[in-house]
Design a protein around this ligand. Structure first.
Ligand code: CIR
Length: 290
C-alpha cells in the first residue's frame, strides 16, 4: 500500500481545508499565518510517572501535574481555542503528550507512528477523535516511525527532525503526504543532538520568517533565510515555546528569553512546566492545535 494511503473516516463531519491560513505580503514575500481555533488535550493519568524519561529530575508529583495541566488548558482557552479534552489513559502513561500522535494542518492531518513501542497504541484513540474534524487520515506506516514532536510547521514549510524516534522512512512518508497538499518540507538530522528528545524541543516557529532555535542547531543550513532567535546552551528548555494566534506560551523560569519576545512585541503567557519536564515533556507536547 502507498505510504500515504488514506483511510476515509465514515464519521467525518467537517473538513478544515484551507481554514485559518491567512496570507499576507511582507518584504515582497507571501507569508502565511495559521489561525488556530481548536486543540485536543488529555490530562495525565495517575500512573503518569511510569512514562518514558531521560530527564533525571526525579518523579513528577501527580497533583501538581494536574494543576499545571489545568493552567495550560486555561491558557489555550485564553488564546481563543475550544478544547476537546480526552480522558486520562492509564494504559499509556505518556498519553498526555498528545502532540506526538499526529501532525495537523489547515489542509490535512497525518497520523503518526511513534518511535517508542510503548506509545504506538496512543494513536488509535486520537484517530477516533480526529475523525470528527478531518475526512481523511493518512498514517505513517512501518518501517516508518514518526513522533509529532519532531515536526515543526513554519507557515507553508515543515521541518521534520530525524531523531531517535523519527526515522528517515517516517520523515519521507510525511513529506510525501504534505507535498500532496502543497506543503514543502526539509529534514533536519538531529541524531547527534543528545540534549533534546524531539526537534521541537529545540525549535519553534514564531510567525513570518522567525524561528527560535537552540544554539547547537542555530547554524544549520536548513534554517538559512530565517531570522533565528538563538537560545543559549543550558537554557534549551525555553526553546519549546508555542505561538497560538496572537500569543506565545513560554515556560516559566526563562525571564531573559521571555523579555526578548516581549521586546519583539509578542504577548507571552508563562506556564509552570516542572512536572512535565521531569518526563521530558514541553509546552508543545501537551496539545494538538488546529
Ligand atoms: C516520551 O518520552 O515520549 C515522553 N515521556 C515525552 C514526550 C514529549 N513530547 C514531545 O516533546 N513532543
Amino acid at each position: 500500500m502507498h505510504a500515504c494511503a488514506s483511510a476515509v473516516a465514515p464519521s467525518a463531519r467537517r473538513m478544515p481545508a484551507f481554514r485559518g491560513a491567512i496570507l499576507w505580503r511582507a518584504f515582497g514575500t507571501l507569508i502565511s499565518m495559521t489561525t488556530f481555533t481548536r486543540a485536543i488535550v488529555r490530562p495525565p493519568a495517575p500512573n503518569f510517572a511510569a512514562g518514558l524519561t531521560t530527564a533525571g529530575l526525579g518523579a513528577p508529583n501527580y497533583d501538581r501535574a494536574l494543576e499545571q495541566h489545568a493552567a495550560y488548558c486555561a491558557a489555550l482557552e485564553q488564546c481563543g481555542l475550544t478544547l476537546t479534552t480526552l480522558g486520562p489513559d492509564a494504559n499509556h502513561p505518556d498519553a498526555t503528550f498528545v502532540e506526538d500522535t499526529a501532525v495537523l494542518t489547515e489542509r490535512c492531518a497525518v497520523l503518526a507512528r511513534p518511535g517508542a513501542p510503548s506509545r504506538v497504541g496512543e494513536v488509535t484513540r486520537i484517530k477516533d477523535r480526529l475523525a470528527d474534524f478531518y475526512p481523511s487520515l493518512p498514517s505513517i506506516r512501518a518501517p516508518g516511525t514518526l513522533d509529532g514532536g519532531d515536526v515543526c510547521k513554519a507557515g507553508e514549510h515543515f521541518f521534520i527532525g530525524i531523531s531517535e524516534r523519527t526515522n528517515e522512512a517516517g520523515a519521507r512518508q510525511l513529506a510525501e503526504c504534505l507535498a500532496q497538499f502543497e506543503y514543502r518540507s526539509t529534514c533536519v538530522d538531529m541524531r547527534s543532538e543528545k540534549q533534546i528528545l524531539h526537534l521541537k524541543s529545540g525549535l519553534s516557529f514564531l510567525g513570518g520568517k522567525r524561528l527560535v532555535v537552540i544554539e547547537a542547531l542555530a547554524d544549520r543550513a536548513e534554517f538559512q533565510g530565517y531570522e533565528v532567535i538563538r537560545v543559549p546552551t543550558g537554557y534549551e528548555y525555553a526553546a519549546n515555546c508555542v505561538l497560538i494566534n496572537d500569543r506565545v506560551l513560554v515556560a516559566t523560569g526563562y525571564e531573559e528569553f521571555a523579555g526578548k519576545l516581549k521586546k519583539l512585541a509578542y504577548q507571552t503567557i508563562a506556564l509552570e512546566m516542572s512536572e512535565f519536564r521531569k518526563m521530558d515533556g514541553g509546552l508543545s507536547c501537551l496539545s494538538l492545535r488546529f
